[in-house]
Design a protein around this ligand. Structure first.
Ligand code: MIC
Ligand code: SF4
Length: 642
């Protein structure tokens, strides 16, 4: 029987486990990436493992999230990461060099290889035909040390594209269309494989926009074939040698095939506060807009910037709108500047931000109170922009610029202009001086790791006991994101390497008193709804609850990366056997879970509540049971030497 793309790459990297559906597969990881907001923790964990030099083909550390530097903390963390990289064999992408996913696509991604990144949008590199997955920092640290990465063998959905996008409709609209079809839960336990005749009309950066937002579907990853278009992109980046074809066999099997005719798509928009609340742009026509942002790892390629620049050329940003542009990389910025396209933004009155995540993670440029902000980004979770009551809408660069010009939500097809033809250069400007190579192994011995005072010890999990007791200090609803659990933003992100300080903000979006109450309770059992922990890969959303005494989370279902992070931290993720039992529990009551040690194996435990006993279920692999019993992956790795 033929194989699909995902199966082919998994098969070539399988070092343990099995490829049978639902079974655990252990994968060899060729490349890793970290960014600074998750990187400090990942490198502290790597150091704690006591390995001298990374064992991957290439590992990179990018500085792109915490770049505001309103105090010493971020700058200290950057220096720490730079020195760790030099010492342990990791390439260091300097602040200003660009957003990790954009730079990785341009300069380092290789078709057919595996990439593990401590950021949920790592699947962006799937646009190149790479099997690229997001994970918590500890999993990435283990992979850097040569350890396998474990996934539950996902089902593979194929999206078959036909036709060609019409003017003013773009790859972002394809991302939004699949979110409309599948929802933010639709990709859980699945890989999304893109194929069909329509892929031939999509460039690598357009494909990357689509694989990037597979993270919002909850998918393990998303992937395109590697074909002549991939070869042309790599050639234009001066690295045709990295090309190899990657494609599915004719008779490959899929769980399901979804068909999308690109020529039928219209400009789409995701409404507050979920990326799957998708409607047509024309249906919101005329709504007043306060802010427009172009950039983020979803839409900051040269192609996106050139399109936006060509539309705004000779026009002005409406007086009521504040518009920002953040090119995705130094390569994009420098090419925009050389060809004059940057000037169109400047003359139009847009504000130029650095090549970094910026407003996407609330690092500056927060909207006004109650403001309507149109962003070419991938997430519009409540409060993420830094303004609690802002309304964030996700759109394509075309829709963003059209709306910036008119001051209201505008379907770009109604601007009354022809879509200008975008000529992509035959060769990108290649200058890798923003990426510093590590010291050679001999020299590395004398490299000193520079630690600032903001770096505090990592909380350690406790070995599991047969009975767990805790107060239900917080009862949460469906689709709780990691931005709810551990908010980000300019004020909080500087404490990513200081868990005690970070803990003050845990769940602050839902309940400001949680942190204090959890500390007072000593031990907590949290209760959540469906898709608990969706969104980012930040392991802080597990480490901080661990620090605050959370021993278990009982929910209707979990998002993949967060469930893995909870296990790695030694916190039990358990599901209701009957989802309706969720309604029986009350915030503030005392809970206990019995039969824990046996239940890890049998998959059954019992939750004792004021309204009686509630059956719980779980399905852990032997390795996960070992991790949980040891009180987390760090303890487990130390104990077992794995
Ligand atoms: C995000 O987009 O939410 C982030 C910030 O990039 C996170 C990582 C983090 O929280 O540091 C992610 O996507 O994993
Ligand atoms: Fe950065 Fe936003 Fe992309 Fe996360 S989603 S990596 S914050 S640009």
């Amino acid at each position: 029987m033929g194989l699909n793309i995902a199966e082919k790459i998994i098969k070539a990297h399988l070092v343990g486990g099995s490829m049978e559906e639902g079974a655990e597969a252990a994968l060899r990881i060729d490349q890793t990436l970290t960014q600074d907001a998750t990187g400090t923790m990942a490198y502290l964990e790597f150091e704690a493992m006591g390995i001298d030099r990374v064992k991957t083909e290439k590992s990179l550390a990018y500085i792109d999230h915490n770049t505001l530097q309103s105090g010493f903390e971020n700058a200290d963390d950057h220096r720490y990461i730079q020195s760790v990289c030099r010492k342990h064999g990791i390439y260091f992408s300097r602040p200003g060099n660009g957003i990790c996913h954009q730079v990785h696509l341009e300069r380092f991604g290789v078709p057919g290889k595996t990439l593990l990144g401590s950021d949920s949008h790592t699947p962006t590199a799937g646009g190149l035909g790479m099997l690229a997955m997001g994970a918590g920092g500890l999993d990435v640290a283990v992979a850097m040390g040569g350890g396998a990465y474990y996934i539950n063998m996902p089902k593979v959905i194929k999206v078959e594209l036909s036709g060609k996008l019409r003017p003013f409709v773009s790859a972002k609209d394809v991302s939004l269309e699949i979110l409309r079809i599948l929802s933010v839960k639709g990709g859980v336990g699945r890989i999304i494989e893109w194929g069909g005749e329509g892929v031939k009309s999509l460039s690598v950066p357009e494909r990357a926009t689509i694989t990037n937002m597979g993270a919002e579907l909850g998918a393990t990853t998303s992937i395109f074939p590697s074909d002549e278009i991939t070869r042309a992109f790599l050639k234009a980046q001066g690295r045709e040698k990295d090309y190899s074809p990657v494609f599915a066999d004719e008779d490959a099997k899929y769980e399901r095939i979804i068909k999308i005719d690109l020529s039928q798509l219209k400009p789409l928009i995701a409404c507050p506060h979920m990326p799957d609340k998708v409607v047509t742009v024309e249906s919101l026509k005329g709504m007043k807009v306060d802010q427009v942002c172009i950039g983020s790892c979803t839409n900051s390629s040269l192609y996106d910037m050139l399109k936006a620049s060509a539309i705004i050329k000779g026009k002005c940003v409406a007086p009521s709108v504040s518009m920002s542009v953040s090119p995705g990389s130094r390569q994009v910025l420098s090419m925009l500047s050389e060809c004059g396209a940057l000037n169109n933004f400047i003359l139009a009155g847009a504000r130029l931000l650095e090549c970094a995540c910026g407003p996407c993670i609330g690092m500056g440029f927060s909207p006004n109170s109650g403001g309507v902000s149109l962003r070419t980004f991938n997430r519009n979770f409540e409060g993420r922009s830094g303004t609690a009551d802002a309304k964030i809408y996700l759109v394509s660069p075309e829709t963003a610029v059209a709306s910036a010009i008119t001051g209201e939500i505008t379907d770009p097809r109604t601007l009354g202009m022809e879509m200008p033809e975008i000529k992509m250069p035959e060769c990108f400007k290649v200058d890798d001086s923003g990426v510093l190579a590590p010291a050679d192994p001999e020299e590395a011995k004398s490299v000193e790791v520079l630690r600032g005072p903001n770096i505090k010890p990592i909380p350690e999990g406790k070995p599991l006991t047969d009975t767990l007791e805790g107060e239900l200090t917080l009862k949460l609803g469906d689709n709780i994101t990691t931005d709810h659990i551990m908010p980000a933003g300019a004020k909080i992100l500087p404490y990513r390497s200081n868990i005690p300080k970070l803990s003050e903000f845990c769940f602050a979006v839902c309940d400001k008193s949680f942190s204090q109450r959890a500390k007072e309770a000593g031990q907590t059992i949290l209760v959540g709804g469906a898709n608990y922990g969706q969104g980012s890969s930040r392991e802080h959303a597990a480490l901080v609850p661990l620090y605050l005494g959370v021993r278990a989370v009982v929910a209707k279902s979990f998002a993949r990366i967060h469930a893995a992070n909870l296990i790695n931290a030694g916190i039990l993720p358990l599901c209701f056997k009957n989802p309706d039992d969720y309604d029986k529990l009350k915030q503030g009551e005392k809970l206990s879970i019995s039969g824990v040690l046996e239940g890890l194996h049998s998959g059954k435990m019992s939750l004792h509540s004021e309204s009686g006993d509630i059956p719980l279920v779980c399905a852990f692999t032997e390795r996960q049971i070992g991790i949980l019993k040891a009180g987390g992956l760090l303890n487990y790795t130390r104990e077992s030497g794995k």
